[in-house]
Design a protein around this ligand. Structure first.
Ligand SMILES: CC(C)(COP(=O)(O)OP(=O)(O)OC[C@H]1O[C@@H](n2cnc3c(N)ncnc32)[C@H](O)[C@@H]1OP(=O)(O)O)[C@@H](O)C(=O)NCCC(=O)NCCS
Length: 267
């Protein structure tokens, strides 16, 4: 594990949160092998464990330790390593809040980090990929499959415009692309949000960089991310923040908050 012990690694990534039990080398080896080869089999082996979520957390920590060396060999800084794998702590805290237990339920999501498909550069995460549909933008056609950097937005801290600007700059440098095209599919791009947020909102500042090219009217991601869970009756949603209050009132009128996909052509 690249001479970091399991406990040291756990503390680096999870801070003072409780650590999971370490995995046997045999199970870790099997999961490592399946991670790249067959993610369905990977998930099946996890589900066969007595505690799949704790096993997955433990596996993520061990893999993060191994990848530190891989990052270094690829010329990627320890800061990017630490920031990328800080997502383990974000999601394991959420799992603890929801269940009171130690573990991780986001198998599919965190596998992107473990296979070096996704990196956190400053405030935002980036994942190289292709457009899933053709897009017309500013007189230019981007055919389906055009290379883009998918942008993901981890929670845990405000989404300041300065933080985003710095992240986009880092991404252009990291992926050696002078004018990358950023793509994002998220509730944060919902065209309804300008009706619900104040002019000084960070989310609205984030939106302004993107041109929306698709709406996802059936998505309930906004509710999940604003209220922490999706209810049949919005009357049960909490009202702790200004966005929660405005979104709840909007939903109570029978309106929806669709997610959206957008492109940002970085200049
Ligand atoms: C992205 C995020 C950091 C933006 O938060 P922010 O920087 O505070 O955003 P804003 O400045 O626009 O917030 C304006 C108001 O809305 C509230 N707000 C913002 N995001 C909120 C959320 N997810 N849930 C509840 N309230 C939220 C803020 O607390 C603030 O309320 P206040 O006026 O009562 O203080 C936040 O939404 C978050 O952590 N989301 C989770 C991650 C996520 O959704 N990622 C995208 C997945 S595709």
């Amino acid at each position: 594990m690249n001479n970091l012990g399991f406990e040291e690694l756990g503390r680096m990534i999870l801070g003072q949160d409780p650590l999971p039990s370490p995995l046997s080398p045999a199970l870790c080896g099997e999961l490592r092998f399946l991670l790249r080869l067959d993610q369905e089999a990977f998930r099946r082996v996890l589900e066969e464990q007595r505690n799949p979520q704790e096993t997955f957390l433990s596996f993520c920590l061990m893999m993060a330790g191994e990848l530190r060396e891989q990052y270094r060999l690829s010329g990627i800084s320890d800061t990017v390593w630490q920031d990328t794998f800080s997502d383990i702590a974000i999601w394991s805290r959420r799992y603890r809040r929801e269940t009171g237990k130690t573990g991780l339920a986001q198998y599919g999501w965190l596998c992107h980090h473990l296979t070096m498909e996704l990196f956190r550069l400053g405030r935002l995460q980036f994942q190289p990929g292709g457009l899933d549909q053709p897009v017309e933008l500013e007189g230019k056609t981007y055919p389906m499959g055009s290379p883009v950097l998918w942008v993901h937005i981890p929670g845990g801290e405000p989404l300041t415009p300065e933080g985003c600007r710095d992240s986009y700059r880092q991404a252009a440098e990291f992926f050696r692309s002078e004018h990358p095209v950023f793509a994002c599919e998220s509730w944060l791009l919902s065209p309804v949000l300008p009706k619900l947020l104040g002019a000084d909102s960070n989310i609205l500042a984030f939106q302004r960089d993107y041109t929306v090219f698709a709406l996802h009217p059936e998505s309930r991601q906004a509710e999940e991310r604003i209220f922490g869970r999706v209810l049949d009756d919005p009357a049960g949603y909490p009202e702790d923040t200004s966005l929660q209050r405005a979104a709840k009132a909007w939903l109570l009128k029978g309106e929806k908050i669709p997610a959206a996909s957008g492109l940002y052509c970085y200049k």
